[in-house]
Design a protein around this ligand. Sequence first.
Ligand code: ZN
Length: 198
Amino acid sequence: MQESHVVDTLVEELSGLPGIGKKTAQRLTFYIMKMELSKALSLSEAIKDVREKIMHCSRCYNFTEIDPCEICSDAKRDRSVICVVENPSDVNAIEKAGVYRGVYHVLGGALSPLDNIGPDELHLKELTSRLNDTISEVIIATNPTVEGESTATFLADLLSGKGMRVTRIARGLPAGSDLELADKVTLARSFEGRLNLK
Ligand code: ZN
């Protein structure tokens, strides 16, 4: 095939996605070029919709179509317990495990000096502003990675002396992995076996 600017652009856009190298991006581009026009357009529409209609919940910073999100506005959830996670995908994983009935707070990542992610880059102030005497426990459920563990230590110090129980989900999750990759049973056990930090 002749060089084509539009083709190159799509290859470039796709190869910017996580886990997609140049080869895969080319393969996907060829696939998309052969797709029925209506299917290709609904794919592009879906990308546009997800970007335009999904926002961060102003309370917990999870992705949502409504603000506050469904979890924050669910009267059946226990609002006295806040589970702190790194990313919205972690909320999904915990919700799927079905063992937790409290609310969440999404930090938007973990502390990582090498990537210039310090406390100001995370939703930490927003977390402390949610804390009052109706909160009985904060469960730290950052990933069992170096960054996740140092974020947990930082949080434990930040939250100490604020009058609520501060816990960390138990080890048993494979070290260095992401919460979202843990199976339901492991995730459920790590919630049940959470440890007091402060
Ligand atoms: Zn929310």
